[in-house]
Design a protein around this ligand. Structure first.
Ligand code: CP
Length: 305
């Protein structure tokens, strides 16, 4: 379709095509002259109903490097009435004839709802606990560059799986490309029916990390926790925080990832986050390249392209 709303619905060849295209943009991004003209004359609006550092800035940089006019709308979620206001917002923006809308929203499904009300391409930059497709693409690109492949790797996704759109998109993408995906979390942080996603479920880091090639940590999303999901942050770190001792359960050449923002000392120890096995900074670089690839691919579907 003309939108990118999730990894769900993308075929393995489509995913690999986007990763291959992103490789070309990594080369461009390391040059002094970083601009090309794919989106020249086009208007891209980034509308984030929820906070972002990495995704918003990298979509802005990506659009500008492709030659688009990029506008950032910042929306304070406190002034937002879900549903009605979202649709009004969509209709208002649509009247400005944008070519691409990049949208983040705190409600699952909100980006798909908005996409139905506008005429332009819509990219999901994260919707509630549903999907964050460009994050999964940048994670896959980072893994492929460091391990040479995705198929056959064992990837342990650890922590707050329940609230994580990153986990959901990664489970779909890595599964589609043939990785063995595990989730590692206490029962309170696992969604019901997670077994049906084709993942192995582990409740201890010792078993979940055993033989893992990639250890992907998730942020503990305390802002989405109303009740008692964890006994205390200290206890959570003791059992599920990735420190050097727990990392030894994984393969000696295992690599560590985190989508950011990190809570150091909550789900990951600083020494590991900044250590020799960490890919966290490389993930950010891949984020710009992947978002350029996604925008470039969508540009080809625009009218008169
Ligand atoms: N990983 C990620 O989506 O980070 P931001 O919330 O800072 O965009």
């Amino acid at each position: 379709g003309r939108d990118l709303l999730g990894i769900e619905g993308l075929s393995a060849p489509e995913i690999v095509g986007l990763l291959d295209l992103a490789e070309e943009f990594i080369v461009l991004n390391r040059q002094i002259e970083k601009k090309c003209t794919t989106l020249r004359g086009r208007t891209q609006i980034n509308i984030f109903f929820e906070a972002s550092t990495r995704t918003q800035s990298s979509f802005e940089i990506a659009g500008k490097r492709l030659g688009a006019d990029v506008m950032n709308m910042s929306v304070s979620s406190s002034s937002l009435k879900k549903g009605e206001t979202l649709i009004d917002t969509a209709i208002t923006l649509n009247a400005m004839n944008p070519d691409i809308l990049v949208v983040r929203h705190h409600a699952s499904g909100a980006v798909a709802l908005l996409a139905r009300k506008v005429d332009c391409c819509v990219v999901n930059a994260g919707d509630g606990a549903h999907e964050h497709p460009t994050q999964a693409l940048l994670d896959a690109l980072t893994i492929r560059r460091n391990k040479g492949r995705i198929a056959g790797l064992t990837v342990a996704i650890c922590g707050d799986v329940l609230h994580s759109r990153v986990a959901r998109s990664n489970i779909l993408l890595l599964g589609a490309l043939g990785a063995n995906v595990r989730v590692v979390a206490p029962s309170t942080l696992l969604p019901a029916g997670i077994e049906n996603f084709g993942v192995e479920v582990h409740r201890s880091m010792a078993s979940g990390l055993d033989g893992a090639d990639i250890v992907m940590m998730l942020r503990l999303q305390r802002e989405r926790m109303a009740g008692s999901f964890i006994p205390s942050v200290k206890e959570y770190f003791h059992f599920y925080g990735l420190d050097e001792d727990k990392l030894r359960y994984a393969r000696p050449d295992a690599l560590v990832m985190h989508p950011g923002p990190m809570n150091r000392g909550v789900e990951i120890d600083s020494g590991v986050a900044d250590g020799p096995q960490s890919l966290i900074r490389e993930q950010v670089e891949m984020g710009v390249a992947v978002r350029m690839a996604v925008l470039d691919a969508l540009a080809r579907k625009l009218p008169n392209a």
